[in-house]
Design a protein around this ligand. Structure first.
Ligand code: ADP
Ligand code: MG
Length: 715
């Protein structure tokens, strides 16, 4: 075995890098990256060489062969090669503005290449009559003339560039060229540092490439690469990275399972026999049978002497919060603190309001902690937590920060965990000695997958909805029905109801036909204000601002809210009855189901209008129909799974290993199964790995996945 990237090749050597080059070194150790560029990368969350290597392209452009000018169609992006016929600077109309024009021809036609913003010196140097020029960009028709505006250009005599060009997610202040170059430097300079944590015997059997090869080929696709597969994220290189992400999570989960059986809970609770009755007596409604059962299951866990690890699954609106409240009540009766972590600021605040409104007799003393607090507020909050002046702490991920200390944390509740971040889960749990943990999710996943992903959790399910739940009617609308849609929207707002309009992206992208939130907001504001107030919310707004907007919407001060999917998770506005979703074909079914769960949660029935784009595939249309005809999250998630079997754009995330998303799981079940098998073999020291040095292997796994493998508990 002399594959240098195989961990087993090195097992007997000392760690090879001490104070030397490491993948965890700061980016600025790379050629061509000074402090300024390093800062720009950092702002995007890319700090180390490893981060950069795992910053994968979003998509690719096929620049392998030029298309003859005579065959170009306006609207398409293309590589064109031709000879320069002439050009230069001209005035635009009668104005002072100038345009730089270069004309190329290739025997089948001519193409005008235009720049409105440019450096003259550079373009004058490009403009060399008779020389070959390759240009890449979107083709436009201007009358009978074909044009390309601000394309990428390269002087070359070859019609072929021979490569698939990677397009990276944007990094503010850095061009694609700079990003690509930096990645290339990292690939060249650090090849020997990329040690594959998975032994070759496994990757070979699974027909997956070695790690370095996978990383490299994602950044620099081979010229023979299948463009379609690369674009859809379905190459074996994508699979390898996905596989690693699964291994990381599965290892952590399995390891926790092994460990849990050997830990003891600090103080098993003693609970009054009439706990449920007492709790119920303080509620304005009757608990449903499913809620009651879940609460009983939780109480049984709490009375045991090993810590609770329970997942509470239940569709949107089925009433999970009140079950969590019952669990918290049990902990508070036993004089322990409870921490509730929510994924967004908005949701955390909502919970805070809910728990603050519980009758005093239940004994809740809530506190709200978010990253948005000012320093002195934060210090005070921390002080209160440490001294036990509060017993119920609600917050965002700010709760897992270093400085956060509890006086006596007994129960950890994590809401809406549709990202399976095992690590975050355990970070909060580490704030206490073996606390009880309750995880809540509205994203039902099939049983087989739950068994793998939640191997360390017991599961309670709430299937039925509270009585009086009216649900949401879902209708599919065509693009041409705009008028009708907005007449309906107006009608509902006139009756004092609120509306949400969901867009898939925040602001204009290269895909010009895509309606974005910012533009939609401007348009609807112009249409409705001052008659109705229109608001905008998206993920890139500062947390405080998001909060304000959401609060206003909640209070009914905003009638129409334009939003991206930030509202997807758990947010609750009682007056919202109508949701318009633009480009629903861009969302997963389960996600759409989550989204529509945001409306119709008050007295009135909800209405969800899916505005599909003309010309979407029959398959996509079928998917939407499932949603229109079914309101059961479990059924929808199963259907989603079936559809996705046909391969949907996966889009690698730029995150390294750590957290995985439901869609990744649904799209790659076979890889997840394989990862589980491999992880189990590694943990069990399987005979197939005999002769392998486990200590070294674990060290590599630990380094790559951040899973603490050394202290493996015996089963
Ligand atoms: P989710 O499971 O999506 O988190 P919530 O806990 O936010 O749902 O509950 C949705 C709504 O249903 C809330 O307004 C809540 O007060 C209400 N609710 C919960 N349980 C019941 C019940 N048993 N009877 C009537 N209303 C209920
Ligand atoms: Mg909820």
């Amino acid at each position: 075995m002399d594959d240098p990237t195989d961990p087993m090749t090195h097992w007997n050597k000392k760690p090879r890098y001490k104070g030397q080059k490491r993948l965890t070194n700061d980016l600025s150790c790379l050629k061509g990256i000074g402090p300024k560029r390093a800062d720009l990368f950092r702002a995007r969350g890319i700090n180390t060489v490893k981060d950069l290597l795992y910053f994968f392209p979003l998509r690719y452009e096929d620049r392998r062969e030029a298309i003859p000018i005579g065959e170009l169609r306006p609207g398409e992006q293309a590589l064109v090669w031709g000879r320069i016929r002439g050009g230069g600077e001209e005035r635009v109309g009668g104005s002072r503005k100038k345009v730089f024009k270069i004309e190329i021809e290739d025997g089948t036609g001519t193409l005008q290449v235009l720049w409105f913003n440019y450096r003259p010196a550079y373009l004058w140097q490009v403009l060399e009559r008779g020389k070959g020029l390759a240009v890449y960009g979107r083709v436009k028709a201007y009358g009978k003339t074909l044009q390309m505006i601000h394309p990428d250009v390269e002087k070359t005599e070859s019609r072929k560039s021979g490569f698939l060009r990677p397009i990276y997610p944007s990094v503010k202040g850095l061009s694609q060229k700079v990003i690509a170059k930096a990645v290339q430097n990292a690939l060249e300079g650090c090849a020997e540092l990329v040690v594959d944590p998975i032994p070759g015997t496994f990757t070979e059997k699974l027909r997956l490439p070695r790690l370095y090869e996978a990383i490299k080929c994602l950044h620099l696709p081979p010229a023979t690469g299948d463009f379609k597969k690369f674009s859809e994220g379905r190459t074996k290189y994508h699979e390898r990275i996905q596989f690693d992400r699964f291994i990381g999570v599965v290892l952590a989960v399995l390891k926790k399972r092994y460990e849990r059986s050997s830990t003891r809970n600090v103080g098993p609770y003693s609970l009054p026999v009439d706990l449920l009755e007492k709790f119920q007596a303080n509620l304005p409604f009757d608990l449903t049978p499913d809620q009651t059962r879940a609460i009983k299951e939780i109480c049984q866990d709490l009375e045991k002497d090993s810590p609770m690890m329970r997942l509470l699954q239940g569709d949107v609106g089925c009433g999970k919060t009140v079950v969590a409240a019952a669990a918290a009540y049990a902990a508070i009766l036993n004089h322990r603190q409870v921490a509730l972590m929510a994924p967004t600021q908005i949701l955390a605040r909502q919970h805070f309001v809910f728990f603050s409104n519980l009758p005093e007799t239940l004994g809740f003393k809530p506190l709200f902690v978010t990253g948005a607090l000012r320093a002195e507020e934060k210090a005070r909050a921390y002080e209160m937590m440490r001294h036990g002046d509060c017993n119920f702490i609600v917050g965002t991920q700010a709760l897992v920060q270093e400085e956060v200390r509890f006086q006596d944390l007994g129960l950890v509740i994590i809401d809406e965990q549709h990202r399976f971040g095992v690590r975050q889960r355990s970070l909060l749990a580490q704030k206490a000695e073996a606390p009880d943990v309750l995880v809540m999710t509205a994203t039902p996943i099939p049983r087989t997958l739950a068994i793998i992903l939640y191997a360390d959790l017991d599961v309670s399910v709430i299937r039925s909805r509270p009585p009086g739940y009216k649900g949401v009617i879902t209708r599919i609308m065509g693009e041409g029905e705009k008028r009708k849609i907005y007449e309906m929207v107006t009608g509902h707002m006139e009756r004092g109801e609120q509306v949400m309009v969901i867009c898939p992206v925040i602001q204009g992208t290269e895909d010009q036909d895509l309606r974005d939130a910012v533009n939609m907001y401007d348009a609807l504001k112009a249409l409705y204000e001052p008659r109705f107030r229109v608001g905008l919310i998206h993920g890139e707004m500062p947390p405080g601002e998001k909060d304000t907007v959401m609060q206003k919407f909640h209070e009914g001060k905003i009638q129409l809210l334009v939003s991206t999917t930030v509202v997807e998770v758990g947010v609750h506005a009682p007056g919202a009855t109508v949701m318009v979703v633009e480009h629903p074909e861009r969302f997963g079914l389960a996600q759409l189901h989550q989204l529509r769960g945001r409306v119709g949660r008050g007295e009135k029935q909800g209405l969800c209008l899916l505005v599909k784009r003309d010309g979407i595939s029959g398959q996509a249309e079928k998917r939407l129909k499932v949603l229109a005809s079914c309101d059961d999250g479990f059924v929808i998630s199963e259907q989603d799974l079936l559809f996705r079997g046909h391969g949907e754009v996966m889009g690698l995330r730029q995150a390294g290993p750590g957290e995985i998303d439901i869609s990744e799981v649904l799209n790659n079940q076979h890889l997840l199964m394989a990862a589980k098998e491999v992880a189990e073999k590694i943990l069990r020291e399987d005979p197939e790995l005999s002769g392998q040095k486990y200590r070294y292997l674990r060290m590599q796994l630990e380094e790559q996945f951040g899973v603490d493998m050394q202290k493996k508990a015996r089963k």
